[in-house]
Design a protein around this ligand. Structure first.
Ligand SMILES: [Cu+2]
Length: 147
């Protein structure tokens, strides 16, 4: 299970909060989730690309998250950009960019040590040794293998 980050913590998702400062001391990894909390109708959330982020270009309304408690699982590593699509909000700073790290080394947390190989039972060991010689080698030349 990944961590869950409430964007802006108790401030939620709004105008007038510095989301880059909020994100600055956090490490986001694949499998973690962002939660955007806001009053339904006052804001929304769009996942955008870097160009849209820079210019506050709002995608079609159909792509908006608008439940008021939108959870987004970070499924892939790399930069992720989010903006509010309500007119003027992104330009006023309601935008968030994060860098998601892959979770190599974090999952699985620890690998159990592989069990040491148990010795083969004696009959198997003999068969294995005989099989190591080509079949044209007379078996009588392999003393000690066959009992
Ligand atoms: Cu907004």
């Amino acid at each position: 299970m990944g961590k869950q980050f409430v964007v802006g913590d108790q401030n939620g998702w709004k105008v007038g909060f510095d989301y880059q400062a909020w994100a600055a001391d956090k490490t986001f990894r694949v499998g973690d989730a962002l939660v955007f909390n806001y009053r339904v109708g006052e804001h929304n959330v769009f996942k955008v690309n870097g160009t849209q982020f820079q210019s506050c270009a709002v995608p079609p309304q159909s792509e908006a998250l608008s439940s008021g408690s939108d959870s987004i699982v970070l499924a892939t590593p790399g930069k992720k950009w989010y903006i509010c699509g309500v007119s003027g909000h992104c330009n006023a700073g309601q935008k968030l960019v994060i860098n998601v790290l892959d979770n190599a080394g974090a999952w699985p947390p620890t690998l159990p040590p592989s069990p040491s190989p148990s010795p083969l039972p004696a009959p198997l060991r003999h068969r294995g040794l005989a099989a190591a010689f080509p079949s044209w080698v007379p078996r009588k030349l392999l003393p000690g293998i066959f009992h």
